[in-house]
Write a protein that binds this ligand. Structure first.
Ligand SMILES: Nc1ncnc2c1ncn2[C@@H]1O[C@H](COP(=O)(O)OP(=O)(O)OP(=O)(O)O)[C@@H](O)[C@H]1O
Ligand SMILES: [Mg+2]
Length: 228
């Protein structure tokens, strides 16, 4: 099976000289779920931002679904990779939930009717169809997270990248999110500090340490080795 993500010798230096990623080699198969674990500041978010080209490698390569990241392929890659930010308030900005979720399909050239259809289907998938007419900022944290995920799903991505999706969610909200993610067929990269959440959704974890991958292993093995 073709890998949905292939990253080779990825290095990234921020403008202030911080070397946030040193030499990352990473691959993910279509449909596979992997957890990214590691200390604050170890480079997980920086890595995630390379997968849809928000950040571009200082050196090394990022290939998504067989397409090498470049200025020319950026739009194509963004259609394949949906990034869900830690804080949903950075993702939701339209007057109603429905308009918010329809925004992506509209921007990619769908007719208003098609975009609304896509948005309604995605809202149904995440269990939020009954909130379609509400203002996004009046939703609870867990509801916002679901709507943000619906906005991503409406674009039919092949890969979902979720940066600390359980932050701000209460335990039932976390379980509900795990149920939802389990029901989605896409490949998933879960950045999380929540070990039980990681363990429930995937066998395989990658442990980041100071901008490098220190281990790729089963979650329990990582927990034991790094005292996580
Ligand atoms: N815009 C920026 N400019 C300069 N340095 C940055 C910037 N963003 C992040 N960094 C630095 O890059 C390194 C990696 O940060 P990153 O946010 O990727 O870590 P993380 O593993 O996601 O951490 P956390 O678990 O706290 O979310 C840190 O040293 C951080 O200070
Ligand atoms: Mg982070």
């Amino acid at each position: 099976m073709r890998n949905i993500v292939e990253v080779r010798e990825l290095r990234y230096v921020y403008e202030d000289g911080t070397e946030a990623l040193k030499k990352i080699d990473f691959e993910l198969e279509a449909g596979e779920t992997v957890a990214l674990l590691g200390a604050n500041g170890s480079g997980k978010t920086t890595f995630a931002l390379h997968l849809n080209g928000i950040l571009r490698a200082t050196s090394g390569s990022v290939v998504i679904d067989g397409i090498a990241m470049s200025d020319k392929t950026l739009a194509e890659i963004r259609r394949r990779v949906g990034l869900v930010f830690q804080d949903s308030d950075n993702q939701l900005f339209m007057p109603t939930v429905l308009e918010d979720v329809a925004f992506g399909p509209l921007a990619s050239g769908k007719s208003p009717e098609e975009a609304a259809e896509k948005a309604n289907a995605a809202l149904t998938q995440v269990g939020m169809a009954h909130k379609a007419g509400k203002a996004p900022w009046h939703l609870s944290a867990g509801e916002k997270k679901r709507v943000a995920i619906a906005g991503i799903l409406a674009g039919d991505p092949k890969l979902l990248v979720l940066d600390e999706p359980t932050t701000f969610l209460d335990p039932p909200g976390q379980r509900g999110l795990a149920d939802l993610l389990e029901s989605l067929p896409q490949a998933k990269l879960l950045i999380t500090h929540d070990v039980p959440f990681a363990q429930r959704l995937t066998e395989r974890g990658v442990f980041f340490e100071a901008g490098a991958i220190a281990a790729k292993d089963r979650i329990p093995a990582i927990v034991e080795r790094f005292g996580w």
